[in-house]
Design a protein around this ligand. Structure first.
Ligand code: TNX
Length: 481
């Protein structure tokens, strides 16, 4: 199982077998979760699996006895119960049950039983509240259906944040009514020069809703003041010198910047942040801030507080890449660390914490899913080094950055940049099998983290990915089943 639960005990001689007459019981809070579980198990088992109020063969209940994402799962010969304080906790418990069932339970078509689960009791709760994955939909665009499929896969590992990188040099991917050329023109291309794309407001709302049904909060990122060529190409007035550049479809970074000293820049960001915030039920809006190599540093230090204030004005907490920590930050800011082991990045993380910000850890040499696994990997980049499955798993979020108190760590996030990834099969190849390890670092207790044991649990995921049609990388480090 991944992530490893907090506590698990076997119940000997208590094997549960899902039978054709089984039912699923739910309360009002867990009804939708029960419906989704039933839908999947109907497909694979062919059983009717009616969902009913109260108890069933499998019973889901949010009874208020526990907080947040914690849940209890009991599998015994007479049935399965998942209880939690919240529907979110029940949902996490259902992902555990899905991993306890035979892999063929994930199939899209009817399979033969038996549908056995060994008797067990599990009591589980996460180590960190922020367990994220980032998808860059700018370098290559991914449709709503593709992102939904991505959500299906990542939610299996109890991730609870989907950071969407929505604007960059190569494309602007979310509709903004007050600045329509951002998408009409700025969203038209992608890396390599092919057609890009963008999410209309209705499509984006659908994505946010779909994520919410998987108990995943979307963290939208509008990257500023660098990584902005698509916006600069769409509106000449955002440029120093009022000259719009051409659209950009290559993969250099660090060449673009908003005009820091123009009022229109902040009028623009006020509108953009307002419209994006309106579409964001989550409490955080990410303003980027990375690699602003074409923004003079003194101007960058002026820009960050002004942009941050606009995010706060629209009711959101600021999130940004660690470079923003050089500037004063508003209360409640979340700083995303993407350093390797370089002192400069660590100092910025420390500076963030000294200001009262909290940290989400995405160390590029560990958690970057776009790094090659080894020198032969046909996709990906290698500027942060090669990131084997072991390298991505064997680090401790609590001690990664020296002199940062454990309480300052909100959690972990694995970013996937898509310069070299133009379809979902390539995305899956880079994400699996590394993402489940990052998910485990975010969820499981520190004393449960052990590479040798993890390797075996990871190997057991392969039959599931085969059933699900996931194009995972059969890393030679793992003894795959
Ligand atoms: C750096 S990491 C970037 C991205 C690139 C990525 C490629 C960071 C905050 N910015 O713009 O896509 O490297 O690995």
């Amino acid at each position: 199982m991944i992530p490893q639960p907090t506590a698990q005990q076997a119940l000997p001689d208590q094997t549960f077998t899902l039978q054709p007459d089984a039912t699923i019981g739910a309360d009002s809070a867990t009804r939708t979760i029960a419906d989704r579980l039933a839908e999947q198990l109907r497909r694979s088992t062919g059983f009717a699996l009616p969902v009913q109020d109260g108890a069933g063969t499998i019973t889901l209940s949010a009874d208020g006895n526990q907080q947040g994402e914690a849940y209890e799962l009991r599998v015994a010969a007479d049935g399965v119960t998942i209880t939690a304080g919240t529907a979110e906790g029940v949902f996490r418990g259902v992902t555990t049950l899905r991993q306890l069932l035979p892999a063929k339970a994930e199939a899209a078509t009817q399979q033969d039983g038996p549908w056995d689960v060994a008797g067990t009791t599990i009591s589980d709760a996460p180590r960190y509240g922020y367990r994220g994955v980032m998808l860059d939909v700018t370098r290559h665009f991914f449709t709503v259906d593709q992102v939904k499929h991505f959500i299906d896969l990542v939610s299996l590992y109890k991730l609870n944040r989907l950071h969407l990188h929505l604007s960059d040099d190569q494309g602007w991917r979310i509709q903004v009514d007050s600045w329509p050329r951002l998408t009409e023109y700025g969203g038209s291309l992608q890396v390599g020069g092919g057609a890009g794309g963008y999410y209309t407001k209705a499509e984006y709302a659908d994505l946010v809703q779909y994520a919410a049904e998987h108990y995943i909060t979307v963290v939208p990122e509008i990257d500023t003041p660098g990584h902005t060529n698509a916006a600069l190409a769409s509106y000449a007035e955002l440029n120093k010198g009022d000259q719009a550049p051409d659209l950009y479809t290559e993969t250099e970074v660090g060449f673009s910047s908003f005009a820091i000293d123009k009022d229109v820049t902040y009028e623009f960001l006020d509108d953009v942040f307002r419209e994006v915030a309106e579409q964001t039920p989550g409490e955080v809006l990410h303003l980027g801030g990375d690699e602003a190599h074409s923004t003079p540093h003194s101007e960058y230090l002026d820009f960050v507080p002004k942009a941050a204030e606009l995010v706060v004005k629209h009711g959101k907490r600021v999130m940004g890449w660690h470079e923003i920590a050089d500037a004063p930050l508003p209360a409640g800011t979340v700083v995303q660390y993407w350093g390797t082991e370089d002192a400069k990045a660590q100092v910025l993380a420390q500076k963030a914490v000294e200001q009262g910000a909290t940290l989400v850890l995405s160390p590029a040499n560990r958690a970057y899913l776009d790094m090659k696994y080894d020198a032969e990997t046909p996709l990906g980049l290698d500027w942060a080094g090669l990131v084997s499955v072991e390298q991505s798993y064997t680090w401790n979020p609590a001690t990664l950055i020296p002199d940062v108190p454990a309480a300052a760590i909100d959690g972990v996030e694995a970013p996937l940049w898509t310069e070299t990834l133009d379809d979902l099969a390539k995305v899956e190849f880079m994400v699996f099998p590394r993402l489940p390890g990052i998910a485990e670092l975010g969820w499981s207790a520190e004393d449960a983290l052990d590479w040798t044991a993890y390797k075996d649990r990871l190997a057991e995921q392969a039959p599931r990915w085969e059933v699900l049609g996931v194009n995972f990388y059969r890393a030679p480090e793992i003894d795959w089943r």
